[in-house]
Write a protein that binds this ligand. Structure first.
Ligand SMILES: *[C@@H]1O[C@H](CO)[C@@H](O)[C@H](O)[C@H]1NC(C)=O
Ligand SMILES: *[C@@H]1O[C@H](CO)[C@@H](O)[C@H](O)[C@H]1NC(C)=O
Ligand SMILES: *[C@@H]1O[C@H](CO)[C@@H](O)[C@H](O)[C@H]1NC(C)=O
Ligand SMILES: *[C@@H]1O[C@H](CO)[C@@H](O)[C@H](O)[C@H]1NC(C)=O
Ligand SMILES: *[C@@H]1O[C@H](CO)[C@@H](O)[C@H](O)[C@H]1NC(C)=O
Ligand SMILES: *[C@@H]1O[C@H](CO)[C@@H](O)[C@H](O)[C@H]1NC(C)=O
Length: 409
């Protein structure tokens, strides 16, 4: 037995294992091909990109999972070589790069992507290009023209889509007949879509937001709209919808936001709306409703936003609603017909000021949006974890060495 020699052996083993840098996955670096690709995109790589964005943990090299491009330099182009090496991305966001030409996405990348976002970016974006991103769960295109294709060409192949936003994209065509059942969010506002609201759309039992505003949609609101039991926000405003408000709307327990403004809807304003306890935003302005507006003052004050102006044949009961509440409609006479406003010089501007003041509240719909920066939180927490592991292993090593030296001595 020669304890000193054993001690030496153990010590050298410890030293070897602690000085070998590749023994832990956290110390592997980014794939050099991806580093080159990032540099070609003007993204600084002096600090490890994996500290600011999400990477996988593969070895010997890690790979990027997310990439956010924004405010690109004017002449930036994305080469096919760069995109080939960025095959590992699952999320790609392009923000404010309006002159960036759309590159070709090689196949591993196009099928790996789960999330694709383009806001005010890309020239020559086409529906056929988007249709190749078959595994997307989130698609967001805004303020970016999509070269004319039917929306169904884009959407049919995306069988896993949860969240669909294509707004201000000049999307042109009929509303698709086939929808994937897992959709929770549909915003196709501000395009040139036309045709009727297909009843297939009302079978999406997980749908929480449906925004088809500012299109050319015609026909009636289907009675089956009430089958959307998860729906929280419905906007069909600024279309050419006609007919009445279907009573089935009462059956939507989660509805908090109902915007039917600027259509050709007629009939009376249904009393049952006052029974919808969760409803906080109601816009029925600029339609063709007639008769007595059925809500009393306390019901109206329950809404955060209530818009009813621009319905010439609609009036309010002066005994239940004080004229101090500016609604933008006339009071009723004893027969329930609107009393024409006095031909005073200011009668027109009254209506338009009430409209303008209510338009100011229009912007509250912006709370539903994807958050591309969410992944940033992973960076700092990984650093903290690494430091903690490092510190504790040093402490452990010192304790071990002290014990060892006592034993050896
Ligand atoms: C769509 O793209 C094709 C081919 O790139 C082009 O010929 C056509 O003019 C484009 N259409 C529109 C509406 O931009
Ligand atoms: C829909 O969602 C469910 C539950 O999240 C999932 O099991 C199913 O695979 C999804 N369907 C499609 C077509 O992605
Ligand atoms: C409401 O509009 C529909 C469709 O445009 C029409 O057939 C109906 O007569 C209108 N009803 C009233 C009361 O104006
Ligand atoms: C206002 O209308 C609601 C719903 O119809 C009713 O429950 C409430 O009692 C009314 N309030 C007043 C002050 O008349
Ligand atoms: C206005 O409301 C009062 C009180 O509820 C009612 O007696 C009256 O008939 C209503 N007026 C009209 C025109 O319906
Ligand atoms: C619907 O889309 C319009 C236009 O893009 C937007 O202003 C509005 O806030 C949206 N409404 C909802 C409920 O998301």
């Amino acid at each position: 037995m020669e304890p000193p020699q054993q001690c030496l052996l153990i010590l050298t083993l410890i030293l070897l294992s602690t000085t070998n840098p590749t023994s832990h996955s956290s110390s592997t670096t980014l794939d050099p091909k991806q580093l080159t690709a990032l540099q070609s995109l003007n993204i600084p790589t002096t600090t490890d990109p994996c500290t600011t964005t999400t990477c996988d943990n593969s070895s010997p090299f890690r790979h990027l999972l997310t990439l956010n491009l924004s405010n690109c330099p004017h002449h930036l182009q994305i080469s096919t070589t760069a995109l080939k090496s960025l095959f590992s991305l699952t999320s790609l966001s392009i923000l404010d790069c309006p002159s960036l030409p759309l590159p070709h996405f090689p196949s591993p990348l196009s099928t790996n992507l789960r999330s694709f976002l383009a806001i005010n970016s890309l020239t020559k974006l086409s529906g056929v290009f988007l249709s190749h991103l078959t595994h997307l769960t989130t698609l967001t295109i805004s303020n970016t023209t999509i070269n004319s294709t039917h929306p169904s060409i884009i959407l049919n192949p995306m069988k896993s889509l949860n969240s669909l936003t294509i707004t201000q994209a000049r999307l042109n065509g009929l509303l698709p007949k086939h929808w994937h059942i897992n959709l929770t969010h549909i915003d196709l506002s501000h395009n040139s879509l036309y045709g009727k609201i297909p009843t297939s759309l009302t079978r999406l039992e997980n749908l929480q937001v449906l925004n088809l505003s500012s299109n050319g949609i015609t026909g009636v609101i289907p009675n089956s709209i009430g089958d959307l039991l998860s729906l929280q926000k419905l906007s069909l405003s600024s279309n050419s919808l006609s007919g009445t408000i279907p009573e089935s709307i009462l059956a939507m327990p989660e509805l908090i936001h109902l915007d039917l403004g600027s259509n050709q809807l007629n009939g009376t304003v249904p009393m049952f709306i006052s029974e919808m306890d969760n409803l906080k935003y109601l816009n029925l302005e600029y339609n063709k409703f007639h008769g007595i507006m059925p809500f009393n003052e306390s019901t109206i004050k329950r809404f955060i936003v209530f818009k009813i102006s621009g319905n010439n044949k609609l009036c309010y009961n002066q005994t239940t609603i004080s004229s101090k509440l500016v609604l933008g409609i006339s009071p009723c006479d004893k027969y329930g017909l609107p009393i024409p406003p006095p031909p005073a010089k200011d009668s027109l501007s009254d209506g338009s000021t009430s409209r303008r003041s209510s338009k100011d509240e229009d912007d509250d719909g912006g709370d539903v949006k994807s958050d591309p920066d969410m992944n940033d939180h992973k960076g700092p927490s990984k650093v903290v974890l690494g430091v903690a592991i490092g510190l504790s292993s040093i402490v452990f090593l010192i304790v071990f060495l002290v014990l060892l030296s006592k034993w050896c001595g």
